[in-house]
Design a protein around this ligand. Structure first.
Ligand code: AMP
Length: 280
């Protein structure tokens, strides 16, 4: 496994390297089973002769809170070990500040799908995501890239960017991987206290219960908020019912919709969602 820590090194490697098909898994590190499933899918996509590349970069441009950026876990050695164990060919981990020119002034903005949900709650977040992901696609020259459905808005925004800018990269999606108790795996979970960790499976449980009980989006949102906050530890940042394709808010639940929420446990923000499909 080759580890490169600068854009120049990566370019050098790819120019001199054997011409292989490349697939990229972009991450911010602190790798867990969710990331592993993406890496396995990447290998499946590219085959044994292809090159699986994993980027590890905690992208400052997509953080809206300094505290979140500073406290983002960085278990570097463990991440490398995981990548080695999974047969990753190249890890690209640019150093802090190594991804952008000091006076960089070009930003990629998706203006429709990013406007609600996490985009509304975290101004500038998806500009940061689109900009770094497009740079990673260009730097790696990948033919495909694998993303998790856990970050469904991110996936939708990236797909739109690739479509609208004619980016020649196939976007491959993987389902959300959960802990045994239903909590969606996230690098931020390690920052929860034992008490918060024990409460957090409530998020997915409540989404399921509320979806099962049904009702209007307004009733569902109200119930999700009330029941997630009932444990006294969580604060709901948002809860929305949106169209699964346009991500626009819905007044009724017909067709394919998402019940999506973001929840704060102290300074730790977790997201989760559930797809409701009433199509025949
Ligand atoms: P992150 O390191 O959090 O930026 O995530 C990197 C990639 O892993 C993104 O495409 C995420 O959607 C994906 N991912 C993160 N957590 C999970 C999970 N629990 N299940 C599946 N994919 C995930």
């Amino acid at each position: 496994m080759i580890v490169v820590s600068s854009r120049e090194e990566l370019r050098g490697l790819l120019v001199s390297g054997v011409e292989k098909r490349r697939v990229l898994v972009p991450t911010m590190g602190a790798l867990h089973e969710g990331h592993f499933s993406l890496i396995r899918r990447a290998r499946e996509w590219v085959g044994e002769d292809g090159m699986v590349m994993v980027s590890i970069f905690v992208n400052p441009m997509q953080f809206d809170r300094a505290e979140d950026l500073q406290n983002y876990p960085k278990p570097w050695e463990a991440d490398l070990k995981s990548c080695r164990g999974l047969g990753v060919d190249v890890v690209f981990a640019p150093e802090d500040g190594g991804m952008y020119e000091v006076d960089h002034s070009v930003v990629v903005t998706e203006s429709r799908l990013s406007s609600g949900l996490c985009g509304a709650a975290r101004p500038g977040h998806f500009d940061g995501v689109c900009t770094v992901v497009l740079k990673l696609f260009l730097l790696t020259g990948c033919e495909a890239a694998v993303f998790g459905e856990k970050d469904f808005q991110q996936l939708a925004v990236i797909r739109r960017m690739v479509r609208d800018l004619d980016v020649p990269v196939e976007i491959v999606a993987c389902p959300t991987v959960r802990e045994a108790d239903g909590l969606a795996m996230s690098s931020r979970n390690v920052r929860l206290t034992a008490e918060q960790r024990a409460d957090a499976p409530r998020i997915q449980r409540v989404l399921r219960e509320v979806a099962r009980a049904g009702g209007s989006p307004a009733e569902m949102k109200e119930r999700v908020r009330r029941e997630i906050e009932a444990g006294g530890l969580a604060r709901v940042d948002y809860v929305k019912v949106v169209d699964a394709d346009t991500l626009e808010e819905r007044e009724c639940c017909g067709g394919r919709v998402l019940l999506a929420t973001a929840v704060f446990y102290g300074g730790v923000r977790l997201i989760d969602h559930l797809t409701l499909d009433s199509r025949p």
